[in-house]
Design a protein around this ligand. Structure first.
Ligand code: NDP
Length: 335
């Protein structure tokens, strides 16, 4: 079987492709440039004979996926801008997130009668109500939707707009299915902050993807204080990739969304793990107040659907952060 993976040069996509390739699937990846295709050929050279590429310059362009979807058995749509500081949130976040998603579905309906399932990388951003802060005593689940409005999102150019872009895109996918009753089904995966080893090609340490940079800033000597945590949940990217594979292969996952997380975490806990690691260089990692939770009590997560329907199990924070750190140090050395 051949799977189309959009945004193939990205952090999450690299692991998603590994999960499918390890099981024997063929991957057709969408990338913007020949250089990106080369970078994936390099990072996934072990599977060169089962990798091919299609160029999609801009996922928001109409008909962008018309050629890419032809003949594939399913699609994993990971491509979406994950940038927390943009000039124009409509142009840079909302439109590519929404049109990228509906574009994949429309292209399939038009050009591919055989594909069975589309798995979309959504986000906990699509679930959280940002106006409620740390929301002690509350448990988020798939029943929750980020209540941001389009106008609010358009007026913001940071994290709020990014979160809204993910929510509008995911809603648009389920709305499309409800309205058009396509022959394929959709499943969405909603991860919070995603950390873990790097499996894609990184040009330089200042070009890391947003969530890896979120850990690297605690390792490279640029961060003196431990900040308050933005989103209080994490997932290991290897588990996230596995969730995509399972959501593709599990018939019961049809038209459902899945919250996937290894649980609560804080930047303090990340720094505690990093500070216990040898080899990071004295005094580089901020210390803060080890063993404390500066945020106090925060919202929790209900992951029972991912566990029951997909059979998911999740790595803990320590393993995830240690493997992230090891990978980032190795990457820096190799630069
Ligand atoms: P990356 O930035 O590494 O990957 C994003 C990918 O999308 C890149 O390949 C990028 O291509 C592509 N892309 C973005 N915008 C466009 C566009 N307009 N046209 C064509 N391609 C585009 O980030 P991640 O791997 O972290 O993100 C992957 C997905 O996971 C996203 O949907 C993100 O919202 C979601 N996610 C990530 C989390 C995390 O913590 N990492 C948490 C929750 C969800 P290029 O490199 O050429 O720009």
């Amino acid at each position: 079987q051949t799977i189309l993976v959009t945004g193939a040069a990205g952090f999450v996509a690299a692991h998603v492709m590994n999960s499918f390739l390890e099981k024997g699937y063929k991957i057709r990846g969408t990338v913007r440039t020949e250089k990106s295709a080369d970078s994936v050929r390099k990072s996934h050279s072990k599977y060169a004979d089962r990798l091919s590429f299609v160029f999609v310059q801009d996922i928001a362009a109409s008909g962008a996926f018309d050629e890419a979807v032809k003949g594939v058995d399913g699609v994993i749509h990971t491509a979406s801008p994950f940038i927390l500081n943009v000039e124009d949130s409509e142009r840079d976040l909302l439109i590519p997130a929404i049109k990228g998603t509906t574009g994949v579905l429309e292209a399939l309906a038009k050009n591919n009668p055989d594909a069975t399932r589309v798995v979309i990388t959504s986000s906990f951003a699509s679930i959280i109500d940002m106006s409620q802060g740390y929301r002690p005593g509350y448990t988020y689940s798939e029943a929750d939707w980020n209540p941001a409005t389009y106008d609010e999102a358009k007026a913001d150019n940071g994290g709020f707009a990014y979160c809204a872009s993910k929510c509008f895109a995911e809603r648009a996918a389920f709305d499309y299915v409800e309205k058009n009753k396509p022959t394929f089904s959709v499943a969405t995966i909603c991860p919070p902050m995603t950390y873990g080893p790097i499996a894609h090609t990184v040009a330089s340490m200042d070009k890391l993807n947003t969530s890896s940079a979120d850990i690297w800033r605690f390792m490279n000597g640029t961060t003196e204080e431990v900040p308050l945590t933005d989103f209080c949940g994490f997932v290991d990217v290897r588990d996230l990739a596995d969730a995509h594979l399972r959501a593709f292969e599990t018939p019961e996952a049809a038209n459902q969304r899945f919250l996937v997380t290894g649980g609560n975490y804080s930047y303090q806990k990340v720094c505690d793990v990093l500070n216990a690691l040898p080899g990071l260089g004295e005094g580089k990692v901020p210390v803060g107040k080890p063993g404390t939770t500066p945020e106090g009590e925060v919202y929790k997560y209900d992951t029972s659907r991912a566990k029951e329907v997909l059979g998911m199990r999740f790595r803990g924070l320590e393993e995830c952060v240690m493997d992230t750190a090891e990978s980032l140090l190795g990457l820096e050395k190799a630069m």
